[in-house]
Ligand binder design. Structure first.
Ligand SMILES: Cc1ncc(COP(=O)(O)O)c(C=O)c1O
Length: 392
């Protein structure tokens, strides 16, 4: 367990006048009352600590954001309603109409859609680059670019960003680098330690870990920038729910253990899939066959994560045979759950892309993405054996 993960468990809870509760209390109140105008004013001036309206902040968001900030080495962080609203909040905080932005081509489907369709509609000009190919950076990240969005490891092809080159390029034009750390998590990589300006996580995924809430996190070391982002969260209503934050904090206590178990299972599954007759390729960054193998070794010092993708031989008939036989593995569009889950991105996250676009991104029709869970590996092995046999 890392030092900052230790602090995450059972630390920093609010005290009361009857002792200190072991579990952070759930504070569902939307409003907070004060004895008079002077007291409320002191709170607004920061002389006393407090809250007044939950859209602007509440105790459960504050403690959760603080804990995730410890993991990400951020000096300031805020919770949002979802991962995607964390991304929206950053862009809406810093952009003016006509500004230029740049985004990696291998992003989560809806993030890419936000960059390619929604922001241009509002007057932001988006350029796309390949985060694993630095030769594409110069044409997309140009003087005047304000914000650049990339992921450390991409969904679903697990391509690894050439991080040092990207940071250098973004800094050379004076832009902000926002890194989506959802796939890698702060246990796999800490973007702020490597030159990113902002880090975000979909807390919906591995950090909370149980597929029972939507939440996002944004963190940075620039206090003024974070202050601006917190205003936008409140103005646009991207705020988190106290209950979700409370549940996510409970999940976060076991994050480190879940991460280690899921990562160990993922490696075993990737090795198991490599020898199967109807699997044409296995994508896992630890393997020398991975296109970004060297970069992965340099960046991912703590292991290669809990995601494995593979291509099943045949067409839709074989894919359906596999999915139908994998009765214990939920087929669903999420990741980072305690249970192993599978999805076929060609008909889920990337189904709105043309086939040519998908294939160019490496997303073949029968690419199956596995989010490996924390089960006993023998159960996972049995389920995959049965399903692969059915697809022969
Ligand atoms: C890498 C990545 N970033 C962001 C998001 C969006 O997060 P949320 O679903 O919490 O809005 C997702 C969702 O799947 C994701 O996979």
């Amino acid at each position: 367990m890392s030092t900052n993960q230790r602090s995450v468990v059972r630390r920093g809870i609010t005290s009361t006048n009857v002792g200190i509760p072991v579990v952070t209390p759930l504070s569902p109140s939307v409003v907070y009352h004060y004895k008079d105008a002077d007291e409320l004013e002191s709170m607004h001036e920061g002389e006393i600590k407090g809250f007044d309206y939950a859209r602007d902040g509440h105790p459960n968001a504050e403690i959760l954001a603080e804990k995730i900030s410890w993991l990400e080495n951020a000096s300031s962080g805020f919770m949002t309603a979802s991962g995607i609203s964390a991304i929206s909040a950053v862009f809406l905080s810093v952009l003016e109409t006509g500004d230029k932005i740049a985004a990696a081509s291998h992003l989560y489907g809806r993030s890419l859609r936000m960059m390619k369709q929604e922001w241009p509609r509002l007057g932001f000009e988006t350029k796309i680059f390949n985060a694993s190919d630095p030769s594409t950076f110069d044409s997309a990240i140009v003087p005047g670019t304000k914000v650049v969005l990339a992921e450390v490891m991409s969904n679903p092809t697990l391509r690894v960003t050439h991080f040092e080159e990207l940071v250098a390029k973004v800094k050379s034009v004076g832009a902000l680098l926002l890194v989506d750390n959802t796939f890698t998590t702060p246990n796999g990589f800490k973007p702020l330690d490597h030159g990113a300006d902002l880090v975000m996580n979909s807390v919906t995924k591995m950090l909370s870990g149980h597929s029972d809430l939507n939440l996002g996190y944004i963190g940075a070391t620039d206090e003024a920038l974070m202050e601006r982002i917190s205003e936008v969260i409140a103005v646009f209503g991207f705020n988190s729910s106290p209950y979700n934050c409370w549940m996510a904090e409970r999940g976060l206590h076991t994050f480190d253990l879940r991460y280690q178990q899921a990562q160990a299972n993922a490696l075993q599954l990737a090795e198991f899939l490599q020898n199967k007759p109807n699997v044409s390729s296995v994508i896992y960054p630890k393997f020398e066959s991975h296109p970004d193998f060297e970069m992965a070794q340099r960046l991912l010092k703590n292991g290669f994560g809990s995601m494995v993708s593979f291509v099943l031989d045949g067409g839709r008939e074989q894919a359906n045979a596999f999915l139908n036989a994998a009765t214990n593995i939920p087929y669903c569009p999420t990741l980072g759950d305690v249970a192993t889950t599978i999805i076929m991105p060609s008909v889920s996250s990337h189904r709105k892309f043309s086939r040519e676009e998908r294939i160019a991104l490496g997303i073949e029709d029968n690419l199956i993405r596995v989010s490996v869970g924390i089960e006993n590996f023998e159960l996972i092995r049995e389920d995959f054996s049965t399903a692969l046999q059915a697809a022969l």
